[in-house]
Design a protein around this ligand. Structure first.
Ligand code: ZN
Ligand code: ZN
Length: 411
């Protein structure tokens, strides 16, 4: 048995070496929340150990954000300073590695007017749109979520604060494969398996995907030239990296005007600290024509009504129900974990990298090729033990992809 400190060191090492894969002489930018400080300090040390030139930590505090959302003038919430935009663009120009250490406090923003929250989120994604897109296609990046007391209290509400935190750390280590004998080797093997599944699906040349489950009967057309991704990416300099830890998904994009039918979420969505339960959508020719939720409807509405593209889907991701997160059967109120528990779809923007050559296409070219454009990208979970997904290829062949929520093909 390793001690907690040893596990935390290993977690930081895996994040630096396999996750973002810091390379020699590279600058590293870490956007971090205060609750993750103990992990962040180790991450800085491991980044230097991996050869970082310089590591810059940009600290954030959720409670300061709450005060701002409640008290700042409405204009200020929608006014992103130019220096922030310039900083992010400079980091991409310098090909800095980007790490987000996301330690959320669930429901912290529940008393903030959803319109104010939405306007701040929209302004920030608009201002950072270019640097975020460039970062994804040009550099290596990573999102991780270490356990925090606030998060643990939400996941384990009946345990004492100490027990809840201990239990959540145990989960984080297990779900991120830190409990394996050699976590770095385990990660390399796991990401290779996902990459092989993604390659198989790309070679299938799928025309449509049919999702069938309780409350779900949805047909997704996939655009010509779509590419399935999984198990990580390659930065412009050729470095392999795994941008999400944990990751269990293989994903591509639906054709923006080619989605028809109904779909029901199988897990609540936690967005901006608000929980949206039992989302139901109806889509026609790619557009969400009806939507409902049992709670958090206003939040769902602000997501769907962000802009023209937020009425359409931009991602279709497959996760087998035998992934460690799905097996845990627990809701983590944290998209990074929950999206890897389950097949999901995203409302909003498609990743340019989901199309062959997409990263070199203009916005108009992406739209013409069927890739949805929006300022937002919000995943919602639709996987379960009752979900079947069947593909139909361009040659008419039917290929079972998931049966009762599990992979139905071998690689
Ligand atoms: Zn995804
Ligand atoms: Zn997504």
């Amino acid at each position: 048995m390793r001690s907690f400190a040893e596990n935390l060191d290993l977690y930081a090492r895996v994040a630096a070496q396999v996750g973002v894969n810091v390379h020699k002489g590279q600058r590293v930018y870490i956007s971090a929340q205060l609750q993750g400080a103990e992990f962040v300090r180790r991450l800085v040390r491991e980044s230097y150990a991996a050869g970082a030139y310089d590591v810059f930590v940009d600290w954030h505090d959720d409670r300061v954000s709450l005060i701002r959302y409640l008290h700042a003038p409405a204009e200020a919430l929608a006014d992103v300073p130019q220096w922030l935009v310039a900083m992010r663009e400079t980091l991409v120009d310098q090909r800095a590695a980007y790490i987000a250490v996301h330690a959320p406090t669930p429901n912290l923003f529940k008393d903030v007017d959803p319109q104010r929250l939405a306007s701040a989120t929209r302004a920030l994604s608009k201002a950072l749109k270019k640097s975020n897109e460039d970062r994804v296609t040009r550099t290596n990046w990573l999102i991780v979520s270490p356990a925090s007391p606030q998060w643990a209290a939400q996941v384990y509400p009946d345990a004492s604060p100490d027990q809840a935190l201990e239990q959540l750390w145990e989960d984080v280590f297990r779900l991120c494969r830190i409990d394996q004998e050699d976590p770095i080797a385990a990660w390399r093997e796991h990401s290779a398996d996902l990459a092989q599944r993604a390659d198989f699906l790309t070679r299938c040349a799928i025309k449509t995907l049919h999702y069938e489950g309780p409350g779900t009967d949805l047909v997704l057309e996939l655009p010509k030239g779509h590419v399935w991704r999984g198990g990580g990416g390659t930065s412009e300099s050729g470095a392999q990296y795994v941008p999400n830890m944990p990751t269990e998904e293989v994903f591509t994009l639906p054709k923006r005007d080619g989605v028809n039918g109904t779909v029901r979420a199988t897990m609540p969505l936690n967005y901006n600290g608000v929980t949206v339960e039992n989302i139901r959508l109806e889509l026609r020719n790619g557009e969400i024509v009806k939507y409902a939720a049992d709670s958090g409807y206003e939040t769902l509405r602000t997501i769907i009504e962000t802009d023209e593209g937020s009425r359409r889907l931009g991602e279709a991701a497959l996760v087998s129900q035998d992934s460690p997160i799905a097996r845990s059967g627990r809701l983590y109120y944290n998209t990074l974990y929950d999206e890897n528990a389950s097949c999901h779809l995203a409302i909003g923007r498609a990743y340019a990298t989901s199309l062959a050559g997409g990263q070199d296409m203009s916005e108009d070219e992406l739209l013409a090729a069927g890739a949805n454009q929006s300022m937002t990208h919000v995943d919602f979970m639709i996987g379960s033990d009752e979900l079947d997904v069947t593909a139909e290829a361009w040659d008419g062949k039917k290929v079972p992809i998931l049966h009762k929520g599990r992979w139905a093909f071998q690689v």
